[in-house]
Design a protein around this ligand. Structure first.
Ligand SMILES: [Zn+2]
Length: 317
């Protein structure tokens, strides 16, 4: 079975062909975010291109899987809302299916990342896995007995919006103290802004003040790597909050493995110790003694691989 797996992002559309669990071809193009139609056209183009390329190797593509950031109605194949694509209430699955003539599967980017780590990555062989995507925001995926848990309407596993500090900082979702408001890329950048507002004297704050609008967590990681103490404190505190989230998830799911992926993995070594301490402190012994907590091994390709695994995976019913 050959399947095209597509990671539909706000800046690029990255795709690969998975054939017998091997990546046999890949390609990426910039995303045209002009309209829903332009996104569909881009997805269709990359699909035809990859189908032609593998056809010359005698491989026939049987289905397409797409992972996209945002809220996805899995049953109906609709993107309800995406933070980085113009796909509000767009029936993306059917639109793409009409264009390419083979079955299309559509899911949330974090669910597919979880599936990829469980089947082919750090959690290979795990029946019960919880995955967190650490990026600008925090996404989540839950694998139960090898299958994706999607909930009643396909909206489950929003693990970034698990509240871990009742009166904590405001989140993008409207609540306060979500994991995402305490340990995501945007929240880490927000901590630097707070230091700047307090006029703290530090190279980190100086760097922030040069271009506040474009200051992201990756800059905090750079400063932490150079030993800047405020940057180190911000990341280790984010690690502690992450650990509280992880420990709670361990208590709820008793998973074999907890895995992480995403752009913020560059900060993982600054967060890991506090994350583990907090997770161990709050998780119950029977689950704590079993779980392995690991950085994902599939990197950037995880989303594409997981999307390609969608046709051969089932939901928890
Ligand atoms: Zn939230």
């Amino acid at each position: 079975l050959a399947v095209i797996g597509i990671d539909a992002g706000g800046t690029k559309i990255a795709a690969l062909v998975l054939h017998d669990d091997q990546v046999v071809e890949k390609h990426r193009i910039p995303t045209d975010t002009t309209s829903a139609q332009s996104v569909v056209v881009g997805l269709g183009e990359i699909t035809s291109l990859l189908r032609e390329r593998v056809a010359s190797q005698g491989i026939e593509v049987e289905a397409v899987g797409v992972g996209a950031a945002g809220f996805i109605d899995y049953g109906n194949g609709v993107v309800t809302f995406s933070p980085n694509l113009p796909l509000l209430d767009t029936p993306l699955r059917d639109l793409l299916q009409k264009q390419c003539g083979i079955p299309v599967y559509l899911d949330n980017d974090a669910n597919v990342a979880a599936l990829a780590e469980a089947r082919m990555g750090a959690g290979r062989g795990a029946r019960f896995l919880v995955h967190l995507t650490l990026g600008t925001g925090i996404g989540g995926g839950i694998i139960i007995d090898g299958r994706v848990y999607r909930g009643a309407l396909g909206a489950a596993a929003e693990l970034g919006h698990m509240v871990i500090m009742d009166d904590g900082p405001p989140c993008t979702c409207g609540a306060r103290g979500c994991l995402e408001a305490l340990a995501s890329g945007w929240s880490i950048a927000a901590r630097v802004k707070e230091l700047a507002d307090k006029q703290v004297d530090s190279p980190l704050v100086d760097d922030y003040l040069k271009d506040p609008d474009n200051f992201g967590a990756e800059k905090v990681v750079e400063h932490a790597d150079a030993g800047e103490r405020f940057a180190l404190t911000i990341l280790s505190e984010a690690g502690k909050h992450l650990g509280v989230g992880v420990g709670s998830l361990v208590n709820i799911f008793n998973p074999d493995v907890v895995t992480f992926s995403g752009g913020l993995l560059g900060a993982y070594h600054h967060m890991e110790e506090n994350m583990r301490l907090a997770a161990e402190r709050i998780s119950i012994p029977i689950s704590r003694g079993h779980v392995r907590i690991l950085a994902g091994t599939l990197g950037d390709e995880g989303g594409q691989i997981g999307a390609a695994l969608l046709p051969s995976s089932q939901s928890v019913e």
